[in-house]
Design a protein around this ligand. Sequence first.
Ligand code: SAM
Length: 331
Amino acid sequence: MVRCIRVPKAEGNPIRLALKAEDLLDVGARIKADGNDLLIPILSDSFKDYPVEDADLEILEHKETDYRMFLPADIRDILPNSYDCIGDVIVVKIIDELLPYKNAIGDALLKVNSNVRLVLMDGGVKGELRIRELEPIAGTGTSETRHRESGVTMLTDPGRVYFNPRLATERMRVASEVKDGEVIIDMFAGVAPFPMVIAKHAKPEIIYSIDLNHDAYLYMIENIRINKVKNVVPLEGDATVVVKDLPLADRVVMNLPQIAYQFLDVALSKAKKGGVVHLHRIMERATCDAEMESLLDEMRSKGLDCHMGKKYEMKTYSPTASVYVFDIIRD
Ligand SMILES: C[S@@+](CC[C@H](N)C(=O)[O-])C[C@H]1O[C@@H](n2cnc3c(N)ncnc32)[C@H](O)[C@@H]1O
């Protein structure tokens, strides 16, 4: 039985809203009609002068969606606010202070993500291949997974190749700018998410997809097969060398935010006049415009005429730095 107030139907909605505003509405039970009245479940002993009674109301199952609610209240404030879902695998960063709770955090994440099978603790990205150190903290199976994004399926393994699910919007942004018949080079393609999304949503002539990581190259080949894409060419090797044999491109993607700017001259030398280079770069917010202008001056001094197109701030990297994408146009 649930404690309720009996309210004439005509007054039902304003009273329900008033109860809710005061946190007195019992959301664990369903409001019931009884003749001309409503029986509204309450958390207090009474409300205004409405008659109070115990009634047999349907109990609603509340499904908790915040994993933090399954963990001790005194650590909730320092628990991670976000985590990455890659297919049926979660990758989560955990601060040292929370390491004693790592398995409990994994279990809690599994509870609220019914489509997830494995939770991995992120020990950071290492080396030029940008591979994550990962430790299983809950669930079962290997870290290989199929990730769905923008109508494309990508087989990937966050333990063997870099894959960033947070770039979905940027990938669609680039795809939406591709004109029919473009030649595109992705210099640091990983398992080829940019090429796959572009091939699915635009009509380029060809996309060259390059990565140094042999595993990424093998996943590229598999992803081309899974998505039945015809115009993506997988290439393994150092992009600064591999591009030399490629034709001039309308568009070059450079998604290696720590160091891609060091190879901007290589990318611009492969861009057609009017072509665009999408350069990803981590930069201090206060100095980024000046530093980019001096980088473009350096390019011009090498005979690589270019100018700055659009600039996008993708995400905060540290209190003073962000990850940017700069569209640099070859003149
Ligand atoms: C940030 S990841 C890009 C992942 C992918 N674009 C995505 O959206 O998820 C950078 C990639 O560049 C590759 N890489 C690093 N240095 C390289 C080089 N010199 N030539 C080709 N690929 C390189 C790494 O193996 C890694 O897969």
